[in-house]
Ligand binder design. Structure first.
Ligand code: DGL
Length: 271
C-alpha cells in the first residue's frame, strides 16, 4: 500500500463549487480536500472554449503540483463541458498518467437515469446549454431520454451579487417554458444553483424532480473510490479542508463563510 499523502482537489470557476466540496466533506469527512476557486477569472460562462480549457488546465496543474492532489473533481459544469475530454485524454495521459480528473456531467446523467428520468430539463450557463454535451452524453446512457436545455444567464450574477429580491421573478420566467414541456426531472447544471435549489423546488410545486449536484456527486465519489482502491489508498485522512482562490477579497471571504457556516482562512494562490 502506498503512503496516504494525496488530497482530493475540487475546482470551480469561482464560488459555486464550494457547495459541492462542502457536500463531499459532509459525506466523506475523513479525506483531505483542497478547494480552488478561480475567482480572478470568473465567470467562465461567456468565455471561448480555448480560454476555458487553458484556465482549467492551469488550475488543475496547480492542484496537482502545489497542493498535492492526485484526484481532482471539476465541479464547474462549464469547465467540465468545455475542457474535461481533452484534459482526460491528452493532458493527463501525457503529463500525469497516475492522477485522475473527474467531471460532473456523466455522474449527473447516470444519477438521473438511476432515478428513472427520461424527460429531463436542464438549466445552466449559455455555454453549457449551447454545447449540447448533456444531450450527447444522455444518448449514450439512455438513448430514449431527451434533454430540454434552457440557458439561464441571469442566475449567476443574481446569486453572486445578492439579488434575492429579483430571484423569484427571474426564476418564474425561466421555469415556465420548462414546466410546459411536461418534464419529469430538472438538472441544475451549474454549481451556483445549489444555493437556490429549495426555491426552485417550491416554485415548481414539486412537480418535477430537482437534480442538484451537491446531492449527486458525493455518493458518486464514494462509489468511484470503492471501485478504485489504487486511488483510495493514496488519499490522506486528516479531515482537512483548505480553501484557495486566485483572487481573494472581502466579498469572497463573506460568501465562503456563508456557504461553510464558519470563517475559514482563504489562501491566495498564483500559478
Ligand atoms: N460554476 C459555473 C458552472 O458550474 C458557472 C459560473 C461561471 O460562469 O463561471 O457552470
Amino acid at each position: 500500500m502506498q503512503n496516504r499523502v494525496k488530497k482530493i482537489g475540487v475546482f470551480d470557476s469561482g464560488l459555486g463549487g464550494l457547495y459541492i466540496a462542502k457536500a463531499l466533506q459532509q459525506a466523506l469527512p475523513e479525506y483531505d480536500y483542497v478547494y480552488l476557486g478561480d475567482t480572478f477569472n470568473v465567470p467562465y460562462g461567456g468565455r471561448s472554449s480555448e480560454n476555458i480549457y487553458q484556465l482549467s488546465e492551469n488550475a488543475i496543474k496547480a492542484l496537482f503540483e502545489q497542493k498535492e492532489c492526485d484526484l481532482v473533481i471539476v465541479a464547474c459544469n462549464t469547465a467540465s463541458v468545455s475542457a474535461l475530454r481533452k484534459l482526460q485524454r491528452e493532458f493527463l495521459v501525457n503529463n500525469y498518467p497516475d492522477k485522475r480528473i473527474l467531471g460532473v456531467i456523466v455522474p449527473t446523467l447516470e444519477s438521473a437515469t438511476e432515478l428513472g428520468a427520461t424527460q429531463i430539463g436542464l438549466i445552466a450557463t449559455e455555454y453549457t446549454v449551447r454545447s449540447k454535451i448533456y444531450d450527447e452524453e444522455i444518448t449514450k446512457i439512455t438513448p430514449s431520454a431527451r434533454i430540454f436545455g434552457v440557458a439561464t444567464p441571469l442566475l449567476v450574477p443574481l446569486i453572486e451579487h445578492h439579488g434575492e429580491k429579483y430571484m423569484d421573478m427571474v426564476l418564474q420566467d425561466y421555469l415556465e417554458p420548462i414546466l410546459a414541456e411536461g418534464l419529469d426531472s430538472l438538472i441544475l447544471g451549474c454549481t451556483h444553483y445549489v444555493s437556490i435549489k429549495d426555491r426552485i423546488r417550491t416554485l415548481t410545486n414539486h412537480r418535477v424532480r430537482i437534480l442538484s449536484q451537491d446531492e449527486i456527486i458525493p455518493p458518486k465519489l464514494k462509489t468511484y473510490l470503492l471501485h478504485h482502491p489504487e486511488m483510495e489508498e493514496r488519499l490522506s485522512k486528516h479531515n482537512e479542508f483548505t480553501v484557495c482562490a486566485t483572487s481573494v477579497n472581502e466579498g469572497y471571504a463573506r460568501n465562503v463563510e456563508n456557504i461553510m457556516g464558519k470563517k475559514l482562512p482563504i489562501q491566495e494562490i498564483t500559478y
